[in-house]
Design a protein around this ligand. Structure first.
Ligand SMILES: Cc1cc2nc3c(=O)[nH]c(=O)nc-3n(C[C@H](O)[C@H](O)[C@H](O)COP(=O)(O)OP(=O)(O)OC[C@H]3O[C@@H](n4cnc5c(N)ncnc54)[C@H](O)[C@@H]3O)c2cc1C
Length: 387
């Protein structure tokens, strides 16, 4: 945890960086098909690749609440920028930090924190997405070693990653989550190959691809946590990640509202700025209310997480609400821009395409609904004054 003064300094520097360097670079994301390398270097310099990692491993050691404050600022710029460093701070380092051996931590965490090494997290497969417990990639024992075979799909950072957290089935008899284990697979492992970079609707600065493991021989020390702990590791990483995704949605909501507000003040129809038409005001007000609600939810879920209180249901509530809300907010912002919103000359068109993925990755909105309902049904009605 940082003292308030240091955090304020970080946020002030970040605000300037976002306004002066990231937002002006947004048009380059589509044009160049990636985040300009000098901006990746600046993000590393600011410590952003390791903001969630402890100081002893070279990170900034932020609590989740503090990380959320950073994300609310960072995600005023295209979500591509956050995507570049999100896996290093989240699902790509979480398993190592919480379940890794000292050796695994020493080998990877300092390099992940500095951005020198990029992480990837491999759960999804060609035939396995929402039903994550039915992973088919298979690791079989061969003496002390493991031999990994399988394919993973839509893996963020795959084209650049140095280390892959891979969820695979180690118990061939099992059909459910109990037979899954996690492995750390290094990029130069013989048998690991990365497919062509996917062509996507948005997030031009972030790259995904298939990853194939063909008889990859892994030493016993490549396993993360114990045998059979893969699903637990993946789900706990995703639980924390969902609060971060929701925070990104809130940061982007604010940006979209600000863009819409500024345009509504300038654009005139029927002799006055469109901001003076009450139907436009209604769109602005609905967006403001939803962004405020999402922000309050995210801060409360992060507070619970930092206090060690159970927050699986709350993390899913945040992810569901904030991701759906930013979809509506982006849609209203585009509507307020009218025809200009549909054109590439204005930022809304790109931001609108980017936010669509928030309802899909790290568990679709439907999967969040299932998680929330399952816990509600398990817990029964909440006691008075407890939620
Ligand atoms: C840009 C991007 C980056 C990604 N990065 C990664 C990554 O780094 N690592 C990784 O492992 N994965 C990654 N993914 C994959 C992502 O997590 C999956 O796409 C997501 O979990 C959904 O899985 P699916 O695409 O197979 O959809 P499916 O599971 O096939 O779902 C299709 C539809 O059916 C719905 N559905 C499915 N089951 C149910 C049900 N029981 N009840 C109601 N509705 C249901 C879903 O909500 C969805 O609407 C990424 C995806 C994208 C688009």
């Amino acid at each position: 945890m940082l003292d308030r003064e240091t955090l304020t300094q970080i946020l002030d520097t970040l605000e300037r960086f976002v306004a002066e360097e990231l937002i002006p670079a947004e048009p380059r994301l589509d044009a160049e098909g990636g985040v300009p390398p000098e901006l990746v270097a600046r993000m590393a310099e600011l410590g952003l690749f390791g903001m969630a990692l402890p100081e002893e491993w070279g990170g900034l050691g932020l609590t989740l609440e503090e990380e959320i404050e950073v994300l609310l600022v960072l995600c005023r710029a295209s979500l591509s920028f956050r995507s570049v460093l999100g896996i290093n701070n989240g699902v790509g380092s979480y398993g190592i930090l919480k379940y890794g051996s000292e050796d695994q931590k020493r080998r990877h965490l300092p390099r992940l924190a500095s951005g020198e090494e990029i992480a990837a997290f491999c759960l999804t497969e060609p035939d396995v997405g929402s039903d994550a417990a039915s992973v088919r990639s298979r690791a079989r024992r061969d003496g002390e070693a493991w031999v990994l075979d399988g394919s993973k799909r839509y893996i963020t950072n795959a084209p650049h990653a140095g280390v892959f957290t891979v969820i695979a089935r180690t118990d061939p008899e099992s059909r459910d989550h109990k037979g899954l284990s996690a492995f750390l697979v290094e990029r130069d492992t013989p048998g690991l190959s990365v497919g062509p970079t996917d062509r996507k609707l948005g997030l031009a600065g972030s790259h995904t691809a298939d990853v194939t493991f063909d008889g990859c021989r892994l030493p016993a020390e490549a396993m993360l946590g114990g045998e059979g702990e893969g699903f637990k590791i993946a789900m706990s990483a995703l639980e924390r990640g969902r609060i971060g995704i929701a925070a990104s949605a809130v940061g982007m909501s604010r940006r979209l509202i600000d863009e819409a507000l500024a345009y509504a003040g300038e654009r005139k129809t029927f002799g006055k700025p469109i901001a003076e038409h009450q139907l436009v005001q209604a769109m602005l007000a609905d967006s403001e209310a939803e962004a405020f609600a999402a922000r309050a939810m995210v801060m409360e879920a992060a507070r619970r997480y930092d206090a060690g209180e159970p927050c699986g249901k709350q993390a899913s509530c945040c992810k569901l609400f904030a991701a759906e809300a930013v979809g509506r907010i982006a849609d209203r912002a585009l509507q307020i821009f009218g025809g200009a919103g549909y054109m590439r000359d204005y930022p809304i068109e790109q931001l609108y395409r980017d936010v669509r993925v928030l309802r899909i990755y790290e568990g679709t909105s439907q999967i969040q609904q299932l998680i929330i309902a399952k816990q509600m049904l398990r817990d029964g009605p909440s006691a008075l004054r407890r939620h």
